[in-house]
Design a protein around this ligand. Structure first.
Ligand SMILES: C[S@@+](CC[C@H](N)C(=O)[O-])C[C@H]1O[C@@H](n2cnc3c(N)ncnc32)[C@H](O)[C@@H]1O
Length: 248
């Protein structure tokens, strides 16, 4: 590994104007280093998004809950808890929707090798252990275990609506076209003006195509929704947030 923080960009007062690792620094660079480098870069960009998102919600008085569809290693879920705590959002509820059995049977043809049935598995028990360890708003967290085509029912939707539990921020991070279709359908009545949607795979999984995979599902959803969605923050090369708004 290099002896400086790889997620940082260091300006230089001379050519090439930014610090670049050279051959001797990368001499023993391994696949493990590559993974750690990518993950550190990616998670840093996600955290930057969560900081901005919670600032946006607070500044604009968008009240409601946090929903996450695809929780796996609890990385983004913990970011939400930390940033909610920083904004003193003690009334916010944090809903974790996941099979806790990894990915379902894959029906579409994603371009990511890892996206196969049973991969990306974190059990519900492991999820709670991480949440308890993180120790922020634990009592406000709830898991909804199961595959979305089974769990995202009209009854569950009605329960949210009855309690007037609206979405302030939804993180949609479940990779596959077939996984996000029921998610969009489920959340539509729970949205309000100012709800933020963070869609993690807008440019990932189907060779970045804006008309395949998760992007395709989002395009289809936008045609049906009573809301319009303003492109908001770009998250790395893969994700994007959108602000739900009404144009009447
Ligand atoms: C990329 S991981 C989520 C990463 C997570 N946001 C994090 O920061 O650690 C994708 C998750 O989506 C879940 N998932 C994908 N499709 C699903 C479906 N149809 N029903 C339930 N869970 C699903 C998987 O179980 C997995 O935990």
């Amino acid at each position: 590994m290099t002896n400086y923080e790889p997620t940082q960009i260091y300006p230089l007062p001379q050519e090439p104007w930014v610090k670049l690792a050279n051959g001797s620094e990368l001499k023993s660079w391994s696949r493990e280093d590559e993974i750690a480098y990518n993950q550190a870069n990616r998670q840093a960009q996600k955290l930057s998004f969560y900081r901005q998102a919670f600032d946006f919600l607070t500044e604009n008085q968008v009240k409601g809950d946090y929903h996450e569809y695809g929780c796996h290693r609890v990385r983004t879920f913990r970011m939400a808890l930390t940033e909610a705590r920083r904004h003193n959002l003690s009334d916010m509820k944090f809903m974790a929707f996941d099979s806790f059995e990894g990915l379902p049977e894959v029906e579409s043809s994603p371009s990511v090798e890892l996206w196969q049935k049973g991969n990306l598995l974190t059990t519900e028990e492991q999820f709670w252990s991480i949440i308890k360890d993180h120790d922020i708003y634990v009592e406000n967290c709830q898991t909804i275990k199961g595959f979305y085509d089974q769990t995202l029912t009209n009854d569950l939707q009605a329960q949210f609506l009855q309690k007037e539990d609206k979405i302030a921020l939804a993180c949609i991070d479940c990779d596959l076209y077939e996984s996000v279709v029921p998610v969009f359908q489920f959340i539509e009545p729970l949205l309000q003006e100012g709800s933020l949607l963070y869609i993690d795979e807008i440019f990932n999984g189907y060779k970045g195509s804006p008309v395949k995979g998760v992007s395709k599902a989002f395009n289809e959803f936008q045609e049906k929704s009573r809301f319009k969605f303003a492109p908001h923050i770009q998250i790395g090369w893969w994700g994007r947030s959108f602000i739900a708004y009404l144009d009447n």
